[in-house]
Design a protein around this ligand. Structure first.
Ligand code: CA
Length: 235
């Protein structure tokens, strides 16, 4: 896959310069917008592969941009925010963002996030070619048969564990909030559902995470949610 085209939306000049310099040094293509209006125009006319989006913009809230973009596109959006409050991240993720970076962040963190997105895009690509199966490391889901396998052995999952695994798999690389997951699984999002989610996640993990290498497939974002990571090679 060629290097991605990234739309950078940021009104802070020094942060913008840091990001653009980093992207240039790593051969990414990029576009730039300094406010919400420009961001929406650039996103719709140039169809970037990813948006790096600052939440605090002079003319509009970044959340509003996410909602607008989501009306026509699933392009990955990584939110960049000075706000360290979980509630802002959750609001952005629920509006359709894929991931977040909290200011101040390091260049390594930024590049790591972009790699996650790049992998997700390549998975989406191969998923189009192989619709009925999902493969990630030693994990395989046969959607038609409704069976998941680990190292070719069928996993004995409860219906909810299976549903949870499929939901995470379909959104690989994307952070899913507790609210989103419980809505998808139970149709509601009460505190008790979130407590149940923790229990099901623990039992699912016991079945799919190899002993001694905790949380290879499912990453926990404390106070926020969970994400399935792309796993490269078999252990
Ligand atoms: Ca800002």
């Amino acid at each position: 896959m060629n290097k991605m085209k990234i739309l950078v939306v940021e009104d802070d000049i020094s942060v913008k310069n840091l990001i653009l310099t980093t992207l240039k040094a790593h051969d990414y293509q990029y576009l730039y917008a300094q406010n919400g209006k420009e961001a929406i125009m650039e996103a719709s006319s140039h169809n970037p592969d990813v948006i790096l989006l600052d939440l605090g913009l002079p003319d509009m809230d970044g959340i509003e941009i996410i909602r607008k973009v989501r009306t026509w596109s699933n392009m990955p959006i990584i939110v960049i925010s000075a706000r360290s409050e979980d509630s802002d991240k959750i609001e952005a993720l629920d509006a359709g963002a894929d991931d977040y970076l909290t200011k101040p962040f390091s260049i390594e963190e930024l590049l790591a996030r972009l790699r996650v997105v790049q992998r997700r895009l390549s998975v989406v690509q191969s998923a189009r070619e192989e619709m009925s199966f999902f493969t990630n490391g030693d994990l395989r889901i046969d959607y038609a048969a409704g069976v998941a396998y680990l190292k070719k052995e069928p996993l004995h999952l409860t219906p909810i564990e299976y549903k949870l695994l499929c939901l995470l798999a379909r959104n690989m690389g994307k952070v899913l909030t507790h609210k989103y997951i419980t809505q998808e699984i139970w149709g509601t999002s009460w505190e008790t559902d979130i407590a149940s989610l923790r229990v099901f996640m623990a039992t699912l993990r016991r079945k799919i995470e190899p002993k001694g290498s905790k949380n290879r497939y499912i990453q926990t974002h404390i106070g926020v949610g969970y994400r399935m990571m792309k796993v490269d090679c078999d252990l």
